[in-house]
Design a protein around this ligand. Structure first.
Ligand SMILES: [Zn+2]
Length: 545
């Protein structure tokens, strides 16, 4: 957008007078040329039929709205062979037919719309003296032509959440030019295949190991080399380790207890993001175990699907409804089971009181139960205990330490790390672990020697992927298959069956930059509030690229 003249197009119109009122300026303008071209036969005519006034909004002047009062003319067509008798003169560089705004005002509004969106855009435009509405801006974004991008040689594909954990779209990025080139409304193989068929000539496609993409590329661009994204490979590797660790939960628990017993100090700090603090009630213990089972099943479902199992097959294997399988496949994280509703409702009325008492320092469930029972609470003590257990997990370690010191003898506490925390411990630089973390690992390795095999395999995989060492990869595959650790054996089998994995180790292309594009997309989506319809989002992402 470039504005250098007072009038929209001084070659076409000239200024007659300026009138000003409190809130606006009116520029009376007339057309410079004495002739006009018939839109049907293109012949110029000088014979004016009649004149009329067109009033259109123009760019504001220092925040003051500006109106053009344009003396427009109708002409006779003088070509006797033309079917058009009378025509209105056209001034496309100033204002389109029937438009209520000059072309340059519309350009400015479109520009504002693309940069900050409809809602905020309309507010700013009004502040600047351009009367408009969010809907108008959004219409202008929609009506703009999608920028033409050349067909990329190297394409990066990834998914993005339309609604977190529920529906996904696909972003396509030109990896050589570092630009998003299209958004697809879903992540189905057919949609991707159709797009690729319509854009022939792509040589390399980088993708994660999501199966629909693999299929879509094979169908839509069969000659393109598929490259598995290295970052996703590493992520899948640690997920396989996590799945194995999930099955080691009893050993992890025992190792954590033994490691604590061998130490003098009471463990208060968590070694883990997912660590849980004792005291662990039997109910809490059971719910933790159930959650761990759900998590490992969730991960297994995802892995099986990635390896090519059908939804029907997975449903049969785990005795789940197919809808549940689909739900899990579409979820980012393992869904948590909703807390029992009836209990929550019954106690809900007393929560403000309980929270207040909790904040005051009363952390005794029986005591709290007696207090609300006196107020009319009909539930049992375990309902209160259930809530308190959750709150207790969030208590600051510092606060707990003080409490125990003041109450006399310290209570021994065991921190039981979750599978993800153990993964982190196993892959972290050993010299940087603290004594407590090291004590846990020593115990764990002693009680489950297979962990050393798993750790070595994962570390070597990380190393060979980061160095793109194909020779080491073949050796690694054999060793992983011989490891007898089912999760790692399966993972290796999946890799061996995917040619894109080998390509990931021989080409330089990677999806690293796609993540940046997805983040930009998320930012635009946030700006759009509830208006993030797919077509609108697509326009804004492609225009701002
Ligand atoms: Zn004509």
């Amino acid at each position: 957008m470039e504005v250098t003249t007072l009038l929209a197009d001084p070659r076409v119109i000239s200024l007659e007078t300026i009138r000003s009122s409190e809130k606006s300026l009116t520029l009376a303008v007339r057309v410079v040329r004495s002739t006009a071209q018939c839109p049907r036969c293109d012949r110029a005519s000088e014979r004016v039929h009649s004149r009329y006034i067109r009033r259109v909004a123009d760019l504001p002047w220092l925040g003051v709205a500006v109106r053009l009062e344009l003396q427009a003319r109708r002409f006779f067509c003088t070509n006797t062979l033309c079917r058009q008798d009378i025509f209105c003169e056209r001034l496309p560089s100033v204002v389109a037919r029937y438009a209520r705004r000059t072309a340059r005002l519309n350009d400015a509004l479109t520009y504002i719309g693309f940069i900050i969106g409809g809602e905020a855009g309309a507010r700013i435009a009004r502040e600047l003296g351009m009367t408009t509405s969010p809907d108008t801006l959004i219409r202008r974004i929609r009506q703009s032509a999608t920028p033409e991008a050349p067909i990329p040689r190297v394409l990066g594909i990834d998914d993005w959440a339309k609604r977190k954990g529920q529906t996904y779209g696909t972003i396509l990025v030109d990896l050589a030019r570092h630009r998003p080139i299209d958004l697809l409304p879903d992540r189905e193989a057919a949609t991707l295949a159709a797009w690729l068929t319509a854009h022939p000539g792509i040589e390399v496609v980088s993708r994660d190991r999501f199966r629909a993409y693999k299929e879509g590329i094979a169908r839509g661009a069969p000659t393109a080399i598929q490259v598995a994204d290295r970052w996703h490979l590493l992520k899948n590797m640690t997920e396989a380790l996590e799945r194995w660790l999930n099955r080691q939960r009893p050993v992890i628990q025992q190792a954590a207890k033994d490691a604590t017993a061998s130490q003098e100090v009471v463990i208060e700090e968590s070694v883990a993001t997912h660590a849980l603090h004792a005291p662990v009630t039997p109910q809490l213990q059971r719910s933790m175990e159930q959650q761990a089972t759900r998590l490992s099943r969730f991960q297994e479902v995802k892995e099986l699907y990635r390896q090519g199992a059908t939804i029907r097959g997975i449903a049969a294997k785990f005795r789940m409804h197919r809808r549940t399988v689909r739900l899990l496949l579409n979820a980012d994280e393992c869904p948590k089971r909703a807390p029992p509703r009836r209990r929550r409702n019954k106690i809900a009325a007393y929560l403000p009181y309980l929270k207040q008492r909790w904040a005051e320092g009363c952390h005794n469930a029986s005591e709290l139960w007696r207090e609300i029972k006196a107020q009319g609470f009909a539930g049992c003590e375990s309902a209160v205990r259930h809530f308190i257990a959750e709150w207790r997990l969030n208590v600051e370690p510092e606060l707990r330490r003080k409490r125990h010191l003041s109450s006399g003898a310290p209570i021994r506490r065991v921190t039981i790390p979750g599978a993800r925390s153990v993964t982190w411990l196993l892959l972290h630089d050993e010299s940087k672990l603290n004594d407590q973390q090291r004590a846990f690992l020593t115990q764990f390795c002693e009680q489950q020697p297979e962990v050393i095999i798993a750790q070595k395999l994962v570390r070597r995989f990380q190393h060979l992927v980061s160095r793109r060492d194909v020779a080491a990869f073949d050796e690694w595959l054999t060793e992983a298959k011989n490891s007898k650790l089912p999760e790692l054996v399966n993972f290796a089998a999946g890799l061996a069956g995917d040619a894109a994995v080998r390509a990931a180790l021989t080409t330089k292309w990677s999806n690293g930059q796609v993540e940046g594009q997805v983040n930009r997309l998320k930012m635009i989506k946030r700006q759009m509030f509830g208006r993030a319809n797919f077509d609108l989002l697509r326009q804004r992402v492609l225009h701002s690229g």
